[in-house]
Design a protein around this ligand. Structure first.
Ligand code: DQA
Length: 152
């Protein structure tokens, strides 16, 4: 890769993803976050992307990480969990990054409770992918590779 290559992808997980393996396996697949990240890492490398992983249960920490994002990443893949549905603070911080972002959900949020159909990231993300399980992350990486002009 040349010095000008923009291929660093921050893979951001929000609240309750640290206990992913304890959440409803029918909705979330039963794997742990580190297993999911391992899978994402393989897909990212195959797509010539450099993944950086982050998870927190603290909204302010998530916001502060987004503040630093333009220094360490070229794009982001965001699954903010329940914050997706109400945290305007996180949406505002994502907007400030100015980086292409793809929103991902393991479960099909459109087919669940009405409150999950609302996303604060509407209009801020390049694509929203939900209901495809881990495979949705692979699709999100492809979208970001395309956005950043990274050819695999
Ligand atoms: C989720 C969907 C959200 O509604 C929920 O609060 C989560 C996980 C998903 O990946 O399907 O924590 O983002």
């Amino acid at each position: 890769m040349t010095a000008t290559t923009r291929n660093r992808i921050a893979v951001l997980h929000g609240v309750n993803f640290d206990i992913l393996e304890r959440r409803n396996p029918e909705l979330y697949g039963g794997r742990s976050l580190s297993q999911l990240e391992h899978q994402i890492e393989g897909w990212a490398r195959a797509a010539k992307l450099e993944p950086i992983f982050f998870q927190t249960n603290h909204e302010g920490e998530f916001v502060e990480y987004l503040h630093r994002l333009p220094d360490i990443a070229d794009g982001s893949l965001i699954n903010a969990g329940a914050w997706t549905h109400y945290s305007r603070a996180i949406a505002d911080a994502l907007d400030v990054t100015g980086l292409p972002a793809v929103e991902v959900h393991l479960s099909d949020v459109e087919a669940r409770e009405d409150w999950r159909k609302v996303s604060v990231f509407d209009g801020l993300v390049v694509r929203k992918i939900s209901g495809k399980g881990a495979e949705g992350y692979r699709e999100a990486l492809d979208v970001l590779a395309h956005e950043l002009g990274v050819a695999s």
